[in-house]
Write a protein that binds this ligand. Structure first.
Ligand code: KG4
Ligand code: ZN
Length: 369
């Protein structure tokens, strides 16, 4: 058994975790984890303020570390390696985490690994220990900062198939939510309002929004945002005092969720058809969206020899591990550590870092990876 202690500070969550696994990379389990969200700090500004976030990480890192170790019943001396998100993300935030992790690794003489944030998201479904990755797979990473589709040939082997040319999916949900009057970051609140309308039998007033960039590989959400803004203005103009009713907000939230989900799903469908791969990992904050999970799971797959219309095999993290957390960083680090990978003391942070620049860990891993 090995224990990996990891930190994640790429955006507005200060997170740490200890993840344990067998020496062949299987038997994964979370020993303890703490996620301190800074949402309230940034809410009044309507978005993440990088300087405030870095300072808050600096304040919270020792607290989160203490809580994580206490819950695990371990000290830093007991862990096999320390890991930290090296990028991509907000540079000041990444550097705060990197310096903290480096200091700890140096003082306790532990190996330090710098991990790619998106590789963390990608391995998050395997944190339960219930399933091991099988390749090839497609991954749709949909978060507040990233939206892209990759063909994954193996652990560390990534080929980008599509990306967003403007906003990320989470950003699109959050901006739409802001237009509807939900507090930042409103993505999950908008989704909840849409789900209430769906559960009550569907929208009373049926609005439709355009599904962007159909027929193309890449994602784009700026056009939908403009359409949402016009729709809200049009509906509000027909109401007393120009104010949307609760029903309007629910109905429009429903239309927004349908349009954003349809746009994500249409790109995924193209990728499945293009690659012939129907095993799909859906991950990142927006993977917590129930409607998105539902529509992807119901997609007919590709026609494989002997299997007619094999459905998409959808693999998702637990709801809490869709959004940023330290455990996903620890797991990616553990698999790299076991394959012999080590970071060096001069390692810096990278605000931009294409996932496809990674490579498979040097030594071939055994069964689990
Ligand atoms: O992965 P994440 O925690 O942060 C980044 O790495 O960016 O993703 C956060 C994003 C936010 O934009 C948030 O509004 C969105 O995920 N999100 C959702 C839902 N839950 C979180 N969007 C739609 N539906 C949800 N249920
Ligand atoms: Zn993330």
């Amino acid at each position: 058994m090995i224990n990996i202690l990891a930190f994640e500070t790429s955006c507005d969550e200060t997170a740490a975790a200890v993840v344990a696994m067998d020496r062949d990379g299987s038997g994964v389990g979370i020993t303890s984890e703490v996620v301190a969200s800074q949402i309230e700090l940034h809410a009044e500004y309507g978005g993440v303020v990088p300087e405030l976030a870095s300072r808050e990480h600096l304040r919270l890192l020792p607290v989160v570390l203490r809580q994580t170790l206490k819950a695990a019943g371990l000290s830093v001396a007991d862990v096999d390696a320390i890991a930290v998100t090296k990028g991509p993300g907000l540079l000041g935030c990444l550097l705060t985490g990197m310096s903290f992790a480096k200091g700890l690794a140096l003082s306790f003489n532990k190996p330090l690994l710098g991990i790619h944030h998106l590789e963390g998201h990608l391995v998050a479904p395997y944190l339960t220990g219930a399933i091991a990755p099988q390749y090839p797979l497609l991954t749709l990473i949909v978060s507040g900062g990233h939206t892209a589709l990759y063909l994954v040939g193996g652990f560390g082997v990534y080929q980008r198939l599509a990306r967003t040319i403007d906003d990320a999916a989470g950003e699109a949900f959050d901006k739409a939510a802001h237009l509807l009057g939900f507090a930042y970051p409103g993505g999950a609140r908008l989704a909840a309002a849409a789900d209430v309308v769906a559960a009550a039998g569907g929208p009373v007033n049926l609005y439709t929004l355009p599904v962007a960039m159909q027929g193309q590989d890449d994602f784009s959400f700026s056009g939908v945002k403009t359409a949402i803004s016009s729709l809200i203005a049009k509906v509000a103009a027909g109401r007393p005092l120009g104010k949307l009713t609760e029903q309007d907000i629910g109905d429009i939230a429903f239309a927004i969720q349908e349009a954003l989900v349809a746009s994500l799903v249409s790109k995924l469908k193209r990728a499945v058809l293009k690659t012939g791969v129907n095993r799909v990992v859906l991950t990142g904050g927006v993977a917590a969206n129930r409607r998105l999970r539902e529509v992807i799971a119901a997609l007919p797959g590709i026609e494989l020899p002997n299997i007619e219309n094999a459905n998409i095999e959808l693999i998702v993290p637990s709801f809490q591990h869709c959004t940023d957390n330290g455990a996903m960083i620890a797991l990616a680090a553990g698999w790299r550590y076991l394959a012999g990978e080590r970071g060096d003391e001069k390692m810096g942070a990278l605000s931009r870092w294409p996932l496809e620049n990674l490579s498979a860990p040097a030594a071939a891993m055994t069964s689990a990876v």
